[in-house]
Structure formats: structure tokens, C-alpha cells
Write a protein that binds this ligand. Structure first.
Ligand SMILES: Cc1cc2nc3c(=O)[nH]c(=O)nc-3n(C[C@H](O)[C@H](O)[C@H](O)COP(=O)(O)O)c2cc1C
Length: 223
């Protein structure tokens, strides 16, 4: 025990949000409570970032016609993905991968332009900018779950086409379409697991000591 520790109840709440967070794709049409979207974006903005570069930018899509065009881009990519899979193509076509037209709010998260000027912590690992955005979205995801609000991360899109649609400057890059809204229930397990596209790996198969064991391979494929 130390002086900085949260109470048992607070720790249990943090762990509960981590455990019960789900990628949501079914939404109710009801709006978010007043001020919640701003709090979610603020939670994202409190995330860690490599060299404190804060590479995230959020575009709130309030134009319904624009939302439909984003949905069309995602639908196009979903069908191409189904076609490209080596097997289970028709099965994949049945899997719901987004709720863009149903959720209360859509946010597009983009990497800012001129990221090449930030070399602290990413001279050898430029992808640490995307990692930082992942931290931001996870903050939002956990607060949303604690608030009983669903969030789904959609990454099926051509980033150049989406960037053009949203007037992104050269060098900026969209990495997420976030569907946010009220839900009737949270899935008890990942939807992909329900649909037979993978299982949470045992902890022992992802935690090694000192050296990568010769018998350990990659992750089992989902297709
Ligand atoms: C970077 C990233 C991109 C993702 N893109 C999609 C997506 O486009 N469509 C989708 O249905 N789920 C997407 N997901 C959600 C994953 O499918 C989901 O996290 C995984 O199946 C585990 O389920 P869970 O989040 O409910 O635990 C994405 C998740 C991450 C972290």
C-alpha cells in the first residue's frame, strides 16, 4: 500500500471499464447527454503522446450528407476487403463492422500534418504518432464505457479519399472514424469472437521472458 494508491472501489471501476469496454456497432438513435462529447474529446486530449507532440485532430461530422458519403467509402472498402480475403468471403460480408448511419455522433480522428518535424521518440519509429492517437482513442473509449456510451472504431476506408472528402491538408492522415452513441446493451464478448473470427489469446502466449521462444509463432489468422 502507498499514499498514491486509489481506493479499492476506484481501482475496481477502472478495471471494470477496461474489461467491459467493447467495440460497438449497434446504436440507438438517442442523442448523447449534454456536454459528454466534449468530455470524451477532452479525455482523448489528455492522452500520452510521443515527445508530447499531440498529433491527434478531431473532426465532428455534423453534416448528414457528409456522414452518408463517409459511410459509402467505408462500405466500398468493406466489400473490397471481403473480396480480398483468402477464404470465408461471404461470411465476412455478413459481419457488421460499423454503425456510422445509426449512431448519435461521428468523429473522424486524423494525424496532423508536418509530423516529420517531431523526431523526439520517433526518429527510428515514426509510427509512434499513430500509437499516440491509439492512446487518445482508448482514453475516450474507456470514459465512454464508464458513461454507458458505446464507441466503435472504424478503419475500413481509403485514407486519401476520406482526407479529400474532409479537406485535410497535405500530410494529414485520417486513422479512425468513430461511431459514438447510446446502446441498448454492450456485447459480452468482442463481436468478432461471437462471429467466430478469433478468441482472446491466453496471456501466456503473449508474455515471454527475455527471449522470444522458438515455438512461439504469430497470431492465428482470423480468416
Ligand atoms: C486500430 C483499430 C481499428 C479497428 N477497426 C475496426 C473496424 O473498422 N471495424 C470494426 O468492426 N472493428 C474495428 N476495430 C475493433 C476491433 O474489431 C475490436 O477491438 C476487436 O475485435 C476486439 O473487440 P473489443 O474491442 O470489443 O474487445 C478496430 C480496433 C482497433 C484498435
Amino acid at each position: 500500500m502507498n499514499d498514491h494508491r486509489y481506493s479499492n472501489e476506484e481501482i475496481a471501476a477502472v478495471e471494470r471499464a477496461i474489461r467491459e469496454r467493447r467495440d460497438m456497432r449497434h446504436f440507438l438513435p438517442d442523442p448523447l447527454p449534454e456536454g459528454l462529447l466534449e468530455r470524451l474529446v477532452e479525455a482523448a486530449h489528455l492522452a500520452p503522446s510521443v515527445g508530447f507532440m499531440q498529433p491527434w485532430r478531431f473532426l465532428h461530422i455534423t453534416d448528414q450528407a457528409l456522414r452518408r458519403r463517409i459511410h459509402a467509402l467505408v462500405e466500398e472498402e468493406r466489400l473490397i476487403t471481403a473480396e480480398k480475403l483468402p477464404s470465408r468471403n461471404e461470411e465476412f460480408r455478413q459481419v457488421k463492422i460499423e454503425g456510422i448511419l445509426d449512431c448519435a455522433d461521428v468523429l473522424v480522428v486524423a494525424l496532423m500534418p508536418e509530423r516529420e518535424r517531431h523526431i523526439v521518440g520517433r526518429r527510428q519509429l515514426p509510427e509512434m504518432d499513430v500509437a499516440s492517437v491509439g492512446c487518445a482513442i482508448q482514453n475516450m473509449w474507456l470514459l465512454a464505457r464508464a458513461e454507458g456510451i458505446g464507441l466503435g472504431w472504424v478503419s475500413f476506408f481509403d485514407p486519401d479519399a476520406l482526407g479529400a472528402l474532409l479537406g485535410l491538408p497535405d500530410g494529414a492522415r485520417p486513422v479512425a472514424v468513430l461511431c459514438i452513441g447510446q446502446v441498448s446493451a454492450f456485447y459480452p464478448r468482442p463481436m468478432f469472437e461471437e462471429a467466430g473470427w478469433g478468441k482472446r489469446l491466453p496471456l501466456a502466449s503473449v508474455l515471454f521472458e527475455n527471449q522470444w521462444p522458438s515455438e512461439a509463432g504469430g497470431t492465428p489468422t482470423a480468416y
